[in-house]
Design a protein around this ligand. Structure first.
Ligand SMILES: [Zn+2]
Length: 265
């Protein structure tokens, strides 16, 4: 019985291994429906609890950049409309969630000088969704919980906690998953995919490099998603610079139909 359980769990984990867009192996076994539901619910909750900007011009600007980027996201990542909300908060932050949800804080618009730099932010955030990072995070939590639960089964010969562990992993994901910092490999991957996405959408990928220079100068009192994890700014800027060889031609061939202009205040 115990051996069978170990084999089943191992097979399950092996089976759940997929490849991210950059070819990295990832554990991802939460269903797309489930993830989109979680993303949508978290977003609805944030809209209830946080102040939404009433600045029409800024909101239009953010919408304009999102409208240029989201049509270039594969249907596989999200098949349906995208919703973007500008939250009125000094936080230097932004996020994207499964289910086609994008949140931008007015604070980050202080750091982004123009549409290209905002596109770099949005590209990066949407890239987390494209690369299925929240699935990976949840799956790792659940796998860890499963292994832990199995260990307790093997040791004590009782399995009552199995279910509880799984539920805890999901609950924690729902509660803290949205703005929890991503790990270093996720950040690097989102940088690469995001820069490609912005270029494809008609935004100058050079702006991603300029953005991180600005970020490095920005206030670090409340570390946003971008500043809270490694890689360091220097590493990040260097790798984004290296990617320009690939992303600049993509930008040159892209249809530049967007004309998003940051309102001056
Ligand atoms: Zn990120």
């Amino acid at each position: 019985m115990k051996v069978a359980a170990v084999i089943i769990l191992s097979l399950f984990i092996l089976n759940a291994c997929t490849k991210s867009p950059t070819g990295r192996s990832q554990l991802a076994f939460v269903s797309k429906d489930k993830l989109e539901k979680m993303g949508t619910e978290s977003f609805e909750q944030m809209k209830q609890e946080q102040k939404i900007s009433e600045d029409k011009e800024l909101t239009q600007f953010v919408q304009c950049v999102a409208d240029a980027i989201t049509p270039n996201v594969s249907k596989e990542a999200h098949d349906g409309d995208w919703e973007v909300v500008l939250f009125d908060s000094p936080q230097v932050n932004a996020f994207a969630l499964p289910g086609g949800k994008i949140g931008v804080y007015t604070g980050i618009l202080e750091v982004t000088e123009n549409a290209d730099q905002l596109a770099a932010i949005m590209g990066h955030e949407v890239a987390h969704v494209i690369a299925n990072h929240s699935n990976e995070r949840l799956s790792s939590n659940q796998a860890a919980a499963g292994v832990q639960a199995l260990a307790s089964v093997l040791l004590a010969g009782q399995d009552e906690s199995t279910q509880q562990y799984s539920m805890a992993a999901l609950g924690v994901g729902l509660q803290y998953g949205v703005l929890m910092p991503y790990g270093r490999s996720h950040e690097t991957e989102a940088d690469i995919i995001g820069q490609e996405l912005m270029a494809m959408s008609g935004f100058n990928p050079q702006a991603a490099v300029e953005l991180w220079h600005n970020m490095a100068k920005a206030n670090k009192d409340a570390p946003p998603e971008f500043l809270s994890t490694h890689p360091s700014h220097d590493t990040r800027i260097e790798s984004l610079n290296n990617e320009l060889i690939k992303t600049t031609p993509i930008y040159k061939n892209a249809k530049k139909s967007q004309q998003c202009i940051k309102p001056t205040n």
